[in-house]
Structures are given as C-alpha cells and as structure tokens.
Design a protein around this ligand. Structure first.
Ligand SMILES: *Cc1c(COP(=O)(O)O)cnc(C)c1O
Ligand code: SF4
Length: 345
C-alpha cells in the first residue's frame, strides 16, 4: 500500500487567503508542494551532483524546493539529502524490518483512531505529507481506508465520546498541517463537543519544511482553540532550521502554541555527538524544547538508517555532559504492546 499523493488534498476551495500579509508570508504553500521535486535526478542536478542510476522505489519521492535549498551543494552525504533521496537499499528485505513495525494496526479503535496510551488518542488526519522521509515508519500505512476525518468520522467521534478518560487528542498522519486551515477548524469544532478534552497536540514537519504554511489563518485558528496546543516538530538536523523557519516558529509561539521537537536517530544524518548537540541548541534557539530522540522504527527498507543502541547510549551520555537537563531529549524506542514509549537508560 502506498501513501497518498500529497497533492490529492489540494483542492482550490482549500487554499489559504494569500497575499494579505507582509511580503514573503503571502507565498502559497500548496503551490510549493505542487512544484516540489519528485525525481532523484532532478534533485541531484539541482545540487550540482553527478547523476546516478535511479533505483526502483515504491514510496514516491517528494522534496519541496524550500527544503532542498537548505542542502549543501555538491555534497552527496548532506544530512537533509540523505533523509529524502531514494536508495536501492529500500528494495532489500532484511529480517526484522516489517511494514507495521510499531503495531499501529492492532491499536486501531475506529477508522483513523489509534489508542495505545492512556489518556491520549492519535488521529490519522491525512495521509499526505509535505516531504517524504525515507525512514518513515508509516510509509506502508493504509491511509486511504484509515483516515479520521473521513467518510466514517462519526465512528471516530463515537469512540472519543465513549472514552471520557481521553484528555488529549493528537493530530498525526501523514502531516495534519497538510489539511487546509478550514478543515482543521471543522475538525476542532467537532472535537470541541467533547467535554473531557484538555489538550490538543499536532505532530508536524510542515513549519520546518515549508514555513509558508504558517499563515495568518493558521495562527488565528491556534489563537481561538479552546485548549492549549502542543506542537511537536520533527527536525532531525540543525540545518533544517533557517531564518524563515525561525520566523514561522516565533509566530507560532506568539499565537500561544507550545513547541517541542522530536528527532529520529538516523545513521548518516545525526548519529554524531556534535551534530546532536547542535540540533538541541538550534532547536532551542528557534523556540522548541527537545522532546524525544527515537530509535528507528524497523520499517521495511529503512535499514541503512539504523543506529546501534550502544552507540545511542554513548551519544546520550555526551549530551548529558554538555547540555542543561532541559535540552537533553529522552531516548526512547517504540515497542508494540507497551503502555508508553520505552525509555533507554
Ligand atoms: C507516540 C504515540 C503517542 C504519544 O505518546 P507520548 O509519549 O505522549 O508522546 C500517542 N499515541 C500513539 C498511538 C503513539 O504512537
Ligand atoms: S516522517 Fe512524517 S513527514 Fe516524513 S513521510 Fe513520515 S509522516 Fe510524513
């Protein structure tokens, strides 16, 4: 099963009112997704790298220019490039790497509703993303059938209504900020009928990948939410931040969002002490506190990114020596059937 094509949601009635803000923030983020790079040779040429034979890849490639511009020219081992460039390795089947490595489908309680941990529920709100990360553990998730809000949204609402212990709804995906602000607003208005909700959480890469997604309409939506919003960004490397991202994040904070950042520990991207240290410092400078550092979920085709747990622990030791406690992320691993993300100590 393949992930939806991101532009499948890009209908004209969903477009944001553009051009009513100061210069750069009037750029249309949906247009930037429609014009994103979708082939390895285009990206290699853009980066002044020699062309290579293209591997077969099932998970489509998707890299907006705003993200590609942060890659170093003529550097085949650039950490952002490595996150998005398909590799022949993806077709190798390795023992232990599966299509549903974290047991998502067994925690499904209604269409698009994953309930693994007490008090919080995850809603698969869309299958679309602004960038396709080659290590993604949801790349084989059946998004077409599994989406709340979809045709069977009332079943998801019924589940939430029947479980008053749920205090937090987590919008995930895919990337929930691929929904239009109007769709987000419809969704949260309906969630507003649930008297037991106290927090809303959004897991997203969009403010990093396409800072233009942070539109005035999005900020107004955040300001008017009836609950505190926790926004968890997914930056894996300091080079994913730039001045436009800084500006987008500071507007998100000004609208009242709490910003956290979680990363996946990825071989060849961020598995070096200095790289991780810089990521934590850069993320704080941009207004986001470190949250989790995840060991890779063993999804089929992602083996080139795996980091040995012993090396992960050594890296954590370095972070603890160098950083204040609040900048040290929690090293965790997702295990099917556990009541929380498993900490590695
Ligand atoms: C990771 C995850 C959460 C969130 O866990 P926290 O420890 O609260 O960040 C919630 N539900 C599901 C299904 C998850 O995979
Ligand atoms: S890691 Fe997140 S942004 Fe990247 S492809 Fe997966 S769901 Fe999308």
């Amino acid at each position: 099963m393949q992930i939806n094509q991101p532009h499948s949601l890009a209908r004209s009635e969903d477009s944001e009112p553009a051009g009513n803000v100061a210069s750069d923030f009037g750029r249309d983020w949906r247009l930037q997704i429609r014009t994103a790079i979708r082939s390895p040779s285009t990206l290699l040429a853009f980066l002044d790298l020699p062309l290579e034979p293209e591997p077969d890849f099932k998970f489509p490639m998707l890299v907006p220019l705003a993200y590609a511009r942060r890659m170093r020219r003529a550097d085949r081992s650039d950490p952002l490039l490595r996150q998005v460039l398909p590799d022949a390795d993806e077709n190798q089947h390795i023992e232990g790497f599966r299509s549903d490595p974290v047991g998502d489908l067994s925690s499904r309680r209604a269409p698009g509703v994953l309930h693994k941990y007490r008090g919080r529920v995850l809603l698969i709100s869309t299958g679309a993303c602004a960038v396709h990360c080659r290590y993604c553990f949801r790349q084989e998730f059946p998004y077409v059938e599994e989406r709340a809000p979809g045709r069977r949204w009332q079943e998801a609402m019924a589940y939430l209504r029947a479980h008053p212990e749920i205090e937090e709804v987590i919008l995930s995906g895919g990337d929930p900020l691929m929904l239009s602000t109007r769709q987000l607003d419809d969704l949260t208005r309906q969630l507003g009928e649930l008297p037991h909700l106290r927090r809303l959480r959004v897991h997203t890469r969009l403010p990093l990948v396409l800072p233009d997604r942070v539109t005035p309409a999005l900020l107004t939506w955040i300001e008017r939410l009836p609950w505190p919003l926790v926004m968890v960004l997914h930056a894996n490397h300091a080079a994913e931040f730039d001045p436009e991202v800084d500006r987008a994040l500071s507007m998100l904070r000004a609208s009242g969002a709490h910003l956290l950042n979680q990363a996946v520990l990825l071989r060849g991207v961020n598995n070096q002490a200095e790289t991780l240290l810089t990521l934590m410092q850069r993320s704080f400078a941009a207004g986001a506190l470190p949250y989790y550092l995840h060991l890779l979920d063993r999804v089929r085709g992602a083996q080139r990114f795996e980091v040995d747990p012993a090396q992960a622990l050594a890296l954590m030791e370095h972070l603890r020596r160098e950083l204040p406690g609040y900048l040290v992320p929690r090293l965790v691993k997702e295990e099917a059937g556990m009541p929380y993300k498993t900490p590695l100590l």
